[in-house]
Design a protein around this ligand. Structure first.
Ligand code: UDP
Ligand code: MG
Length: 155
């Protein structure tokens, strides 16, 4: 990758974004997709999905020892989620910025996690490019993930 205007390394990355059951219930799917489209990121996977318990546990395996883990698994499996994969330069950090802090009290104005609770925080975003790849591999199968196409607006 090259260097951007800020001197920061600019790599094409992939991230796994998921509208959690409360976000689907509250009708926030379109708004979340729109934020990523407006930033010019490329959609590479999209589906509505009822998550089995085993997959939720695998996705959040690093949090297994935390006291909130059982509640988290119940929450994520409580209704359908919308699974997305997005590709672009710096998409992992951009997505985390759009989503806002894990602690909603710390979430910046305009981010998606403002005015929610930590336990019902609407949307997931991968925390590193490595986890982006890992999570896309967990949630998508061959045929429902398509990255080899061009976006005309990006030339
Ligand atoms: N979570 C929770 N209580 C906590 C911390 C996290 O219920 O004290 C839930 C919350 O839904 C969060 C998810 O567990 O989004 C994963 O936690 P993580 O620390 O990875 O936060 P994130 O990466 O989602 O910001
Ligand atoms: Mg996390």
């Amino acid at each position: 990758g090259g260097l951007g205007a800020s001197g920061v390394k600019r790599e094409v990355e992939e991230t796994y974004i998921m509208v959690k059951p409360d976000g689907v219930q509250r009708g926030l799917v379109g708004e979340i997709i729109s934020r990523f489209e407006k930033k010019g990121f490329k959609l590479t996977g999209l589906k509505l999905f009822q998550c089995p318990k085993e997959l939720a546990e695998e996705h959040y395996k690093d949090l297994k020892s935390r006291p909130f883990f059982p509640k988290l698994i119940n929450y994520i499996t409580s209704g359908p989620v919308v699974c997305m994969a997005w590709e672009g330069v710096g998409v992992v950090a951009s997505a985390r910025k759009l989503i806002g802090s894990t602690d909603p009290l710390q979430a910046e104005p305009g981010t998606r996690r403002v005015s929610v609770q930590t336990g019902r925080n609407v949307v997931h975003g991968s925390d590193s490019p490595e986890n982006g790849k890992r999570e896309i591999g967990l949630w998508f199968k061959e045929g429902d993930y398509v990255s080899g196409y061009q976006l005309k607006h990006l030339g």
